[in-house]
Design a protein around this ligand. Structure first.
Ligand code: G4P
Length: 535
């Protein structure tokens, strides 16, 4: 930790809070670890990655994670680098838990998108990219695994632009590809950075840097690589998009960095280039308009609730993104939605792999507080009585649906309690069929593995065995019409009309064709695939 004392405003200005997104296996975990290594938060690489063996670290709260070797939950890692205080909002590795990543993106001020140079833009990257785009946050690209054979860098740039529809600007350019990755050309400094011998990426890579015309560097690269680089620099300068900070900050242009997280090559230029550009916490929209992070009134919102991080106590942790003011341990705040005063007890932060109690925290920081069952995702907290409420957190479209009931009907009370709590944590979405007499619960999830988690947790935490009957629906649309009348709303035979937990009308579809038919038949209705939780 830095010894330096900063004023409140300096503390806000030096915060950089971001999430790393990628398709599984592109190298998100490796890059996260290397950022910690460069930040001095861990001494030798391998300590975070050992999590791959058991994939648990902070999140060893559930057997299923260990059994399946996947990281279900996410945490926040904080470290200092070059005067900045960096918060990496870690996200689950498995795509079936991507809803958790979507919500984490609501708390981030920017995103780093890791792309495997051999695979290019993959499916999960596309989905996560669209959530970033919806928020309008800056998106930085790290093209990874340059130490291996991959697509041509120009081809990759074109793919990013075409598939994702975002302009791109390479901040550095790789020298030597296909297993011959020697260094990068830094376009801003107009310098070549040649990597020295590494120790398999365990510690910081040695770099020799200098001007493009430097004879020694030319010698190190060899004539043919050097000539190729000069040609490519010219081509980039002539044909590429211009550097435009405003567009970067608006998420319309992505700065691209090339590197290899495994060997550390290109990690430092990325970290420095990224920190130069990525913004400090910005004002956020609320029912009182935009709230400046530097206002003194402490405010924040819950973006994630995680159960049973410690298997010996059944605790829940609510993760709060601080949006303004200074947080102090034990402070009393208003829980805006419940209109109640609460004390934020046992606040925790996550430094590298350890949980520590926080004394103070600032806008941009994430704190975890013990949740005795009072928080819901999207709840706002506010120090004074002004009742600042942040915009709701979107509910993302589930893609799998099941009917669910308790095997033993005497356990219905525990069953409903469990379902309700899991829904408050955001790990499932619950729907009802309002007009059929008997109450029938339908649960929707984004990834099918979430059903396993649901079944497991209901049994282990609530003592309830359940029966699930999978339903054939794959698409959901929230219906917005002035007056919804289920009897006169034109739907296809295979469409199911249900209600969400806030009693809003929802349609479940088996195919996209039906969605189009329903749109045609109900011209005055708007069908949305993302809905806002009521604040
Ligand atoms: P993820 O979190 O995005 O899912 O990816 P992760 O970092 O776990 O990396 C996935 C695999 O890719 C790992 O290999 C990792 O070592 C490898 N990898 C990451 N960065 C690079 C890189 O820059 N170059 C190369 N060549 N490989 C890279 P694995 O075999 O699945 O695991 P491990 O045994 O190496 O840990």
């Amino acid at each position: 930790m830095s010894e330096q004392v900063f004023s409140f405003v300096e503390e806000v200005n030096r915060r950089r809070s971001f999430a790393i997104i990628s398709h599984p296996d592109a190298g998100k975990t490796t890059l996260t670890e290397k950022l910690l290594l460069y930040g001095g938060a861990i001494r030798l690489a391998g300590s975070v990655k050992s999590r791959r063996a058991s994939k648990h670290a902070v999140s060893d709260w559930m057997e299923i994670e260990k059994q399946r070797g996947i990281s279900v939950t996410s945490s926040v890692l904080q470290f200092n680098y070059g005067g900045h205080c960096i918060n990496i909002l870690d996200t689950p590795g498995h795509q079936d838990f991507s809803e958790d990543t979507y919500r984490t993106l609501m708390a981030a001020d920017s995103a780093v998108m890791v792309i495997d140079c051999a695979k290019g833009v993959e499916d999960q990257t596309k989905k996560l990219f669209h959530v970033c785009k919806m928020r309008g946050i800056p998106i930085f690209t790290f093209v990874n695994k340059l130490d291996r054979a991959g697509k041509d860098p120009f081809e990759l740039m074109e793919e990013i632009e075409k598939v994702l529809g975002i302009q791109s600007y390479p901040m550095n350019w790789p020298i030597g590809t296909d297993g011959n990755f020697k260094g990068v050309y830094n376009r801003k400094k107009k310098q070549i950075e040649v990597f020295g011998e590494g120790n398999h990426g365990q510690s910081v890579a040695k770099v020799i840097s200098g001007d493009v015309s430097d004879e020694k560097l030319k010698g190190l690269l060899g004539d043919s690589l050097h000539d190729q680089l000069i040609e490519e620099i010219e081509l980039l300068d002539m044909a590429g998009d211009d550097f435009d900070l405003e567009k970067i900050l608006a998420g319309e242009l992505t700065p691209v960095f090339f590197g290899s997280a495994m060997t550390n090559f290109g990690v430092q230029p990325f970290l420095e280039g990224f920190l130069n550009l990525t913004p400090p916490p910005a004002a956020r929209n609320s029912n009182h308009g935009m709230i400046d992070p530097k206002t003194e009134n402490f405010t924040g919102f819950v973006f994630k609730i995680q159960a049973n991080m410690n298997p010996t106590h059944r605790d829940r942790i609510a993760f709060i993104r601080i949006c303004s003011g200074k947080f102090e341990k034990g402070m009393q705040v208003n829980h805006v939605q419940e209109n109640k005063k609460i004390r934020l007890s046992q606040p925790q932060q996550f430094l590298a792999q350890d949980r520590v109690v926080v004394e103070t925290a600032y806008p941009g920081d994430i704190i975890g507080v013990h949740d005795p069952g009072i928080f819901k995702i999207g709840d706002s907290l506010c120090e004074d009585g002004s009742g600042v409420q942040y915009e709701g957190i979107p509910v993302f479209a589930p893609e799998h649906f099941t009917k669910i009931y308790a095997k033993n009907s005497l356990k219905r009370k525990q069953f409903l309690k469990g379902i309700n709590q899991l829904s408050e944590e955001g790990s499932i979405q619950v729907f009802r069929r309002p007009h059929i007499g008997v109450e029938e619960l339908i649960v929707g999830v984004v990834g099918a593995l979430q059903f396993e988690v649901l079944e497991y947790r209901l049994k282990n935490e609530y003592g309830v065995d359940v029966v699930m009957e999978k339903l054939p629906y794959r698409y959901i649309r929230w219906v917005e019409v002035p007056e919804f009348d289920p009897d006169n709303f034109g739907v296809t035979m295979d469409t199911l009309i249900v209600e969400d937990e806030e009693e809003r009308p929802v349609l479940l579809f088996q195919n996209e064709w039906s969605i189009e038919r329903v749109k045609e038949r109900n011209k005055d209705a708007v069908l949305r695939d993302i809905s806002l939780r009521k604040a």
